[in-house]
Design a protein around this ligand. Structure first.
Ligand code: PMV
Length: 357
């Protein structure tokens, strides 16, 4: 099909990992291998979020030459030169799989629903939103494409932008990385948890406490690489496999005690890997620890099934079931807001994935 011009618009959410992706497989240089880049050293699983998302409009016009990629980038309506190299690199990476990209000039207009530089990583939602827009163009060019292929390739492309982005395309709970007990799981795209989610996790809540909005001292790209030659790497990767087996059962049987223990252990292990790499680094802030201690105190005193998790930063994700929402929000307002930068936090919950707008 010949297509001269048009536009698509999708939103894609952020996600929060329960079993963390930290470390990539060393580049496997296989000729013609489509699997050598961005391969996780261990499988991971995440809750898809609902409110924290990126909304991206992809406008395209046929151009004369096919010499290079051509695109303009608007962030919240303004041209954004700083973001262009990242997009350029992404397009180069996916060029082999999307040969039609050089036929068009693109305008990519993107915005986030969460405050800019809040310390919430926008790379997962941003790359997922861009990847799925590109798949809309591909579908327009190749209308016979199945829906399964559409979402699978969108996740595959998103992964090449930012690893965890492949978990932000479709489904409430998404697994990325091959795991022996999960049928269809893959190192090159995310798949939905194949089994039914227990009712305890319906509309599971994630309140994100914004502790620090500053630039990270170490990027996640650098962090992943520090898992090469890390003294605890092999143990950690084995543990992630075991934790994924366990959490799969927990998500089916609804055991919140086990859920809490596993999720908090994963968060602390992620940061323990950072503290034990060379060079070592710390992304938590004093207020991160204050909040963790308050959550533990509150849980012991009230038996409320609330826990925390962390991504590669100082912010704290507070996770809890919908039926204790009032109690936990009251606790957050009374005891945790004081530790947040400008008292800021974001109420989110499990979502479904990308939405065509
Ligand atoms: O997708 P990246 O390369 O930014 O890595 C994200 C890593 C963590 O957020 C720390 C863990 C995860 O699984 O999302």
């Amino acid at each position: 099909t010949e297509i001269e011009n048009g536009s698509f618009q999708w939103s894609a959410p952020s996600n929060i990992a329960l079993v963390k992706y930290w470390g990539k497989k060393e580049n496997v240089h296989r000729i013609n291998s489509i699997t050598s880049e961005q391969i996780p050293a261990n499988p991971s699983i995440s809750f898809t979020l609902d409110h924290c998302k990126t909304i991206t409009l992809l406008d395209f016009k046929k151009k004369e030459n096919r010499n290079n990629f051509s695109f303009d980038l608007l962030f919240e309506g303004q041209p954004k030169e700083e973001f262009k190299p990242k997009i350029q690199k992404f397009l180069e990476r996916i060029a082999l799989y999307c040969p039609y990209l050089k036929d068009y000039h693109f305008t990519i207009a993107t915005q986030n629903t969460f405050p800019h530089s809040s310390g919430i990583a926008s790379s997962a939602s941003g790359m997922a939103a861009l990847a799925i827009n590109i798949m809309s163009l591909e579908k327009a060019l190749y209308p016979d494409m199945t829906e399964d292929f559409f979402y699978q390739k969108a996740s595959f492309l998103a992964r090449l932008g930012s690893g965890s982005a492949c978990r932000s395309v479709k489904g409430k709970v998404v697994i990325w990385g091959h795991h022996a007990e999960i049928d269809g799981s893959s190192d090159i795209y995310g798949v939905e948890l194949p089994t039914r989610l227990h009712a305890n996790f319906k509309n599971y809540q994630d309140t994100i406490l914004l502790v620090d909005k500053g630039e990270k001292v170490v990027s996640s790209t650098v962090g992943h690489n520090l898992m090469h030659n890390h003294p605890f790497a092999e143990q950690r990767f084995a543990q992630a496999h075991n934790n994924l087996s366990t959490i799969k059962k927990v998500l089916e049987n609804g055991n919140l005690t086990e859920f809490i223990q596993l999720v908090e252990s994963e968060a602390l292990t992620l940061h323990a890997m950072m503290m034990t790499s060379l060079p070592y680094f710390i992304l938590m802030k004093p207020n991160t620890l204050e909040i963790i201690n308050k959550i533990w105190q509150f849980r012991t005193q009230t038996q409320t099934p609330v826990c925390f998790t962390l991504d590669a930063g100082a912010n704290v994700h507070v996770l809890y079931p919908e039926n204790v929402r009032e109690t936990v929000l009251q606790f957050i307002q009374d005891e945790l807001v004081g530790y947040c930068q400008n008292g800021q936090y974001i109420c989110d919950q499990i979502g479904e994935g990308a939405i065509n707008l």
